[in-house]
Design a binder for this molecule. Structure first.
Ligand code: FES
Length: 83
C-alpha cells in the first residue's frame, strides 16, 4: 500500500494509513504470486468483510503485504472500487 501510494498507483486509497481499519487498500494478488505473498491473516479476513468490491481467494489488504526482494515484480490487480 505504501509503495503504491508513493508511486501514484490509481485505485489504492489506504485511508487508515495501514492500520488495517479500512479495506481501501484491497487488491487481488495475481495467481502466479500468491505462494510468495503468503496467506492473508485472520484479521484481514475480518476487515475484508467490509470491502466495497467482491472478495476472492486472491484478495489481500495491500498494507499487509510486506515487500521483500522476493516480491520484486509483484503483480496485483485492483478492484473496481474501494468505497
Ligand atoms: S490501508 Fe487501511 S486496511 Fe490497508
Amino acid at each position: 500500500m505504501q509503495t503504491a501510494l508513493a508511486n501514484d498507483v490509481d485505485g489504492i486509497v489506504g485511508e487508515c494509513g495501514g492500520a488495517m481499519m479500512c479495506a481501501t487498500c484491497h487488491c487481488y494478488v495475481d495467481e502466479a504470486w500468491t505462494d510468495r505473498t503468503g496467506p492473508r491473516h485472520e484479521r484481514e479476513d475480518d476487515m475484508l468483510e467490509g470491502a466495497a468490491s467482491e472478495v476472492t481467494a486472491a484478495s489481500r489488504l495491500s498494507c499487509q503485504i510486506r515487500l521483500t526482494p522476493d516480491l520484486d515484480g509483484l503483480v496485483v490487480h485492483l478492484p473496481d472500487e474501494q468505497f
